[in-house]
Write a protein that binds this ligand. Structure first.
Ligand SMILES: Cc1cc2nc3c(=O)[nH]c(=O)nc-3n(C[C@H](O)[C@H](O)[C@H](O)COP(=O)(O)OP(=O)(O)OC[C@H]3O[C@@H](n4cnc5c(N)ncnc54)[C@H](O)[C@@H]3O)c2cc1C
Length: 440
């Protein structure tokens, strides 16, 4: 019997999680993991991390295997003496993902073939797929999983029009080499926190963080709330769900921290999201998302203490407002903004501006050759809510004609529009197991 050939495009965390699941199956399929960067298993989150960058999820919940939830905690304990309730350095987590890939690949790497190269096309041919690489090589597969990770960062017309180059928050070298002086960070989420901590450790000056609402991430509760609390389900429509959630959080706050309410909702979030009509998803994204994000994606308590100290020392100022203009100046970049609700313009003279606003999830705006080809050939279409791919309930791509492909799947950040909670490790590992089960 010929073994099924499964190609995974993208060798970051999602690709490795899936390859590891497939490698466990009997009979084992032929697994090819395709990665365009130098390193397999690191991806965006665990590749460029600074020593000071910590995970924002406790070690106890970061196993790559849903059926072995203590896998990472045990590894981190043995390797670095880390406590299961602690927040590991992201670099250490990257080493764990690499370890899982090595282990799953077998003694001689025979179980998972690693191919270094950029996939630029994926075409269906005779019931199979042919993946084209940028250097002209081709790979045949019976099934393909797109684990492409995070799309490029959001763009800002104000800076593009002025010809000002924004710094990449994960380009440590560029941040280190940027001129001395105040710095402006665009965005106020967890990426802003990472960059602010890195910059503050190495230089003087004020760090400004500008976002529409000026909402910064909240902290995890210390001590950790009890892990296995009763799940909550919420009624629809959206307004009822919000009311129900608030009531649950208020009630919980009398006996447990509000953070626990999010944990209790987690097992239900995807089902709830999929039951929401498109118009309600769009309303949620427009009005509630900023609040959801800062409560749901939380900082480790020790990181929160560092952020508070920077704010109190006047070294970090989080501003709620909108960009008005930008121009190159003698000190770097002169940026004007309006505070939320006001009309007056204020100015920051920044030595550098860092784009911490996150990925642009609208794949129709992507310049990525593979995405352009998939969309152009009608093999993929954008999710109508604007976040990543349109997918069926098994995470298979829905083509332009509205039909899901039998053997073309996606995993990771580009599945957010379809499932909402699908971009962090506790969700990715569940999808990796499910997809492997269907494919294996
Ligand atoms: C800064 C940051 C911190 C995070 N911290 C946490 C945390 O503490 N806890 C948690 O649970 N989650 C965290 N997350 C979320 C989660 O772990 C990430 O979303 C995760 O990295 C997703 O992995 P991925 O493999 O899908 O994407 P990525 O890590 O982005 O990897 C995608 C890979 O695909 C490759 N690739 C893309 N296109 C092609 C192509 N055409 N050909 C070949 N290769 C290609 C890329 O080079 C890349 O290596 C964090 C995310 C970020 C960004």
């Amino acid at each position: 019997m010929t073994r099924k050939r499964i190609a995974i495009i993208g060798g970051g965390l999602s690709g490795v999680a899936l390859a590891a699941q497939l490698a466990r199956r009997q009979p084992r399929p032929r697994i090819v993991l395709i990665e365009r960067s130098r390193r397999f298993g690191r991806g965006l989150a665990y590749g460029a991390a600074d020593r000071a960058h910590l995970l924002n999820v406790r070690a106890a919940n970061m196993s790559l295997f849903a059926d072995a939830p203590d896998h990472f905690a045990a590894w981190a304990k043995a390797r670095a003496g880390l406590d299961a309730d602690g927040f590991a350095p992201r670099k250490l987590y990257g080493a764990y993902v690499e370890h899982v890939l090595r282990r799953s690949g077998g003694r001689f790497g025979e179980a998972i073939a690693r191919v270094r190269g950029e996939a630029v096309a994926c075409m269906g041919a005779d019931g199979a797929w042919r993946i084209g690489l940028g250097d002209g090589r081709g790979i045949e597969a019976d099934a393909v999983v797109l684990a492409l990770g995070h799309p490029r960062a959001q763009r800002f017309g104000v800076f593009e029009d002025a010809g000002v180059r924004l710094l990449d928050p994960w380009d440590a070298k560029a941040l280190r080499r940027s001129p001395r002086g105040d710095v402006l960070l665009l965005g106020a989420g967890l990426t802003m926190v990472d960059v602010a901590l890195s910059l503050a450790a190495r230089r003087d000056g004020v760090i400004y963080a500008l976002s529409r609402r000026g909402l910064a991430p909240r902290a995890h509760h210390e001590p950790p709330p009890p892990r296995h609390t009763e799940p909550i389900d919420l009624p629809l429509p959206l307004s009822e769900a919000v009311r129900g959630f608030r009531a649950a959080a208020d009630a919980a706050a009398r006996g447990a921290p509000w953070q626990a309410t999010f944990d209790r909702l987690r097992p239900q979030t995807t089902a709830l999201w999929r039951r929401l009509p498109l118009e309600a998803q769009q309303r949620f994204l427009r009005h509630l998302r900023p609040w959801w994000d800062v409560h749901r994606h939380r900082m480790a308590p020790q990181v929160a203490r560092q952020v508070d100290a920077l704010k109190q020392a006047g070294r970090l100022r989080v501003l709620a407002g909108e960009l008005a203009s930008a121009a190159e100046s003698a000190r770097g970049v002169s940026v004007q903004y309006r505070l939320r609700g006001g009309r007056a313009r204020h100015r920051v003279e920044a030595a550098a501006v860092v784009n911490c606003a996150g990925a642009d999830m609208d794949i129709t705006r992507s310049a990525d050759p593979l995405l352009r080809q998939l969309l152009g050939d009608g093999l993929a279409r954008p999710h109508p809510n604007g976040l990543g791919f349109d997918l069926d309930e098994h995470s298979r791509l829905v083509g332009a004609g509205g039909q899901a492909h039998e053997t073309l799947y996606a995993i990771g950040p580009l599945t957010q529009g379809a499932f909402w909670e699908s971009t962090a490790v506790p969700d990715i590992r569940v999808w990796a197991a499910r997809i492997a089960e269907r494919l294996g």
